[in-house]
Design a protein around this ligand. Structure first.
Ligand code: 5GP
Ligand code: MN
Length: 321
């Protein structure tokens, strides 16, 4: 049986679901979590949307956000945990959830799924497109609220339909979601034009650390805690900054080093153009992602850990010259 029918069959036969997406949630993870929760509720199922990290400012206006809550002690066991946009409960910060079957719905190339049912399709621009197909298979009426969440997922994961994961199917699904009631102008306004001033201040501070090397093929920036604190910014305010590095015509590979709280570790975001596969570098550092967008965490202080990552990036780039 193909995984979508397998998942639809499992959902029809069961009643009580926990849903979760990855830590540091983005538009695809929040959009999928909300659309799937609303869809299951429309079928008369119990659906608990679990979120360990707060919903980023840009996504707080999405329909159903108040449904997301931190995991607590569940009175009764779940029939399944549905993992969206990630393949393991650790990525969702849910190591300790009571044991139940896991269902994985994800489009990440690098995932290592261990679910009872795993549906992984890296060819989709957004996991939201997979949720759309699953809800249609379940004959859930796609209302404007569900369509809005799925459109936001697709809009953000394709970089406003600019990344090379945008194909005819992505544009076609976007049009279908508009037919179901999503409003592209309103959603773009909510997601991209609602920055707090702290985010723009932080962007200025981070971009002023720009370094270019390898004849401009590689660019990197650093954010330390002082930069974040002096801008009054939150970790989520870093989203989108790395795209400015990719806007430089010569840049093929960009890295963003972020100290966002605990000084004993920092996060690394990588982006690339064309066939350069940064998910392979991220996997080498126990992270993951897609060919052109990947990330990982280094458990060292920022200044101590950056040189090793830069060396790996330089080796990678010279091997692909
Ligand atoms: P970002 O740079 O926006 O944080 O992440 C880019 C992409 O890499 C996203 O698709 C995200 O899911 C993936 N990614 C980022 N950090 C990690 C990580 O620590 N582990 C895994 N498996 N994927 C990551
Ligand atoms: Mn995604």
């Amino acid at each position: 049986m193909n995984p979508i029918d397998d998942i639809a069959g499992f959902i029809r036969k069961n009643q009580r679901f926990a849903l979760a997406s990855h830590l540091h949630p983005d538009g695809d993870s929040i959009g999928c979590l909300l659309a799937m929760t609303l869809g299951l509720q429309a079928l008369g199922k119990e659906a608990d949307a679990l979120g360990v990290d707060p919903v980023p400012f840009a996504y707080r206006g999405l329909p159903g956000v108040p449904l997301i809550h931190p995991p607590g002690k569940s009175s009764r066991p779940y029939d399944a945990l549905i993992l969206l946009e990630c393949s393991r409960p650790e990525r969702a910060g849910l190591e300790g959830l009571s044991p139940c079957p896991h269902i994985v719905i994800d489009h990440h190339l690098s995932c290592r799924p261990e679910g009872r049912i795993n549906w992984i399709e890296p060819s989709f621009g957004a996991t939201g497109q997979m949720v759309l197909r699953l809800l249609e298979a379940l004959e859930v009426p796609i209302c404007a609220d569900i369509a809005t969440n799925l459109y936001a997922a697709l809009l953000t994961d394709t970089g406003s339909f600019q990344f090379n994961n945008t194909n005819a199917r992505e544009l076609h699904d976007a049009a279908r979601l508009v037919d179901y009631g999503a409003n592209p102008g309103e959603i773009a306004e909510m997601v991209f034009h609602a920055n707090p001033p702290s985010k723009v201040l932080l962007m200025g501070k981070v971009l002023s650390t720009l370094q270019l090397e390898a004849q401009g093929r590689m660019a990197w920036v650093v954010m330390n805690r002082q930069a974040m604190e002096s801008a009054g910014a939150l970790p989520e305010d870093t989203e989108g900054i790395i795209q400015h590095l990719m806007s430089i015509h010569s840049v093929e590979l960009a890295a963003f080093f972020k100290e966002d709280g605990d000084p004993s570790r920092f996060r690394v975001s990588l982006r690339s153009k064309g066939l350069l596969d940064v998910s392979s570098i991220a996997q080498g550092f126990s992270g993951g992602g897609h060919r052109n967008a990947a990330g990982f965490t280094i458990h060292q202080r920022l200044e101590a850990g950056i040189p090793e990552v830069l060396e790996a990036l330089r080796r990678f780039l010279s091997g692909s010259a």
